[in-house]
Design a protein around this ligand. Structure first.
Ligand SMILES: *[C@@H]1O[C@H](CO)[C@@H](O)[C@H](O)[C@H]1NC(C)=O
Length: 501
């Protein structure tokens, strides 16, 4: 009798685990995320482009300055190619691809993952025309936002802006170096010559960033209002950390250790991870390291990684990340989802690092198992996909209910393949932006800015703080969804084995 009831109990657990795993389809969410990156492509599109409502665009980018800057990604609902968030995006795409290679391969998505990265890296390498020259931006926010046009019709100025030794930008050049170094690791098993090329550019950009110090938005003033950089020390440490991981050269490890204090790597305890603030990412990457004379400093980095993780799981002696009543991490009004998705990815990675080291997290308010970090990461992904007070998905095109008035030019207007005549700058606002109807083109896989601190969300095109999607918010989802899909499978299997024995 006892053994029979034991069996039934296990069965129920198995059934429940399967039901939980099936609640959200991370595999589908992952596939959609890649579609968003296709929709954001600038330049000449490929034959196998899956987002059919988009066409070629920006084919003269850079020509005014005599440089080929065709390609790359549009930033958000507009058509500026902003360098800093685009580079952070590619770093995050590459990090997810490196960390969850096995999962992505099993899900048959490695081809899409590598192309999502490459659409960025091919462009960054084009834009890096000399060792100390990096073209950092095409188009400007003011004139771009003045019009509501399809990318294919674009009439707004496409002036390009560059960094060089007299106009430095250690943050942007550093982040681009990080993106190329991380991508070199991601590509290594698939195309070693491409990987080497990426690494060459990454090394040059890092020394450019390090030798000629400055904020990129002091050099490119028109970026200031849109992507203000609060500093470049984190970017330099971040670039060196990725270069160390890509090359294993002691030079880069020594750099992060020697500059740990001066650049704030072991001093800053942060609760935000974003395109502007990479300290938590650096700290978590370096938490793994051990290396003779460097060990003491690496431990200090780890202590700050722990601070970030403890603050997310609300065990940090009151210095916690703010959560909405529905459980979403809340950092800022404008495009808050980017902070939640980036933190969730970071915690999923950190839970893996801790598990691999057989370690636990000692927080001021108690000891935390790696599984609890993972659970927090999952809670953020599930909130995004529908487990929230509005019972809606903030990932466009996923599930039965999602935002339909996404603040995105291309999505909100009829495709160039359906409406052949160009739509003018102001006409776009009058005919399409102010329409009550939902967008004609579903922007699959776009993560919108998301709800406010009380979980309230207003699906209105003019509510761009909440309805505009960004590259930076979507990029961490690639690693996060891959990890979640991978582990929902393994947990199901483990339970099955239990039932059999
Ligand atoms: C590898 O990368 C190079 C560019 O460095 C490219 O020309 C080549 O087509 C790539 N090979 C494969 C198999 O993708």
């Amino acid at each position: 009798m006892r053994s029979l009831s034991f069996c039934i109990f296990i069965f129920l657990v198995a059934f429940k685990a399967a039901a939980v795993a099936a609640e959200y389809n991370y595999d589908e969410a992952l596939d959609k995320t890649f579609l968003f990156f296709e929709a954001q492509r600038s330049g000449k599109l490929q034959e196998n482009q899956r987002v059919k409502w988009r066409g070629d665009s920006g084919l003269k980018d850079g020509s005014l300055q005599g440089v080929d800057l065709v390609g790359g990604y549009y930033d958000a609902g507009d058509h500026v190619k902003f360098g800093l968030p685009a580079a952070f995006t590619v770093t995050m795409l590459a990090w997810g691809t490196i960390e969850y290679r096995k999962e992505i391969t099993e899900l048959n998505q490695m081809g899409h993952a590598l192309w999502a990265i490459r659409w960025g890296t091919d462009y960054f390498m084009k834009a890096h025309t000399q060792p100390n020259v990096l073209w950092a931006q095409v188009g400007d926010g003011d004139s771009d936002h003045y019009c509501w046009e399809r990318a294919e019709d674009m009439t707004t100025p496409r002036e390009a802006f560059k960094l060089d030794q007299y106009h430095p930008g250690s943050d942007l050049a550093g982040e681009t170096a990080a993106a190329l170094a991380a991508s070199a690791i991601a590509f290594k098993p698939y195309n070693s010559s491409y990987s080497e090329l990426l690494l060459l550019h990454a090394k040059q950009l890092f020394s450019f960033a390090d030798r000629f110090r400055g904020l990129y938005d002091d050099s490119i003033k028109c970026a200031k209002q849109f992507y203000t950089s609060s500093g470049y020390s984190d970017d330099l440490l971040w670039a060196a950390t990725w270069l160390y991981r890509a090359t294993n050269e002691e030079y880069y490890l020594k750099y992060v250790v020697d500059n740990a204090e001066y650049m704030g790597g072991t001093g800053w305890a942060v609760k935000e991870f974003s395109w502007d603030n990479k300290y938590a990412g650096v700290q978590i990457l370096l938490s793994k390291g051990r290396g003779g004379a460097y060990t003491a400093t690496l431990k200090q980095y780890k202590a700050k990684a722990d601070y970030f993780a403890c603050a997310c799981v609300q065990k940090n002696a009151g210095y916690n990340v703010h959560l909405t009543p529905g459980g979403l991490m809340y950092v800022r009004e404008w495009n808050n989802m980017q902070y939640a998705s980036a933190a969730a990815f970071l915690l999923a990675v950190y839970s893996d690092y801790l598990s691999a080291a057989n370690a636990k997290l000692n927080c001021p308010d108690g000891q935390i198992q790696p599984q609890q970090l993972f659970d927090f990461a999952k809670s953020q992904a599930d909130y995004i996909l529908g487990k929230n007070p509005n019972s809606m998905s903030y990932l466009v095109g996923y599930g039965p209910k999602y935002p339909v008035h996404v603040h995105h030019r291309g999505s909100s207007m009829a495709s160039v393949y359906n409406l052949h005549s160009p739509v003018g700058c102001v006409q776009g606002f009058e005919t399409w932006y102010r329409r009550n109807e939902g967008n004609p083109n579903v922007l699959h896989g776009a993560l919108v800015g998301g709800p406010d601190q009380n979980d309230k969300f207003i699906d209105d095109r003019s509510n761009y703080e909440q309805t505009e999607p960004t590259l930076t918010a979507c990029a961490p989802l690639v690693g996060l969804f891959s990890k979640l899909q991978g582990s929902s499978k393994t947990s199901g299997m483990a339970v099955c084995l239990l039932v059999r024995t």
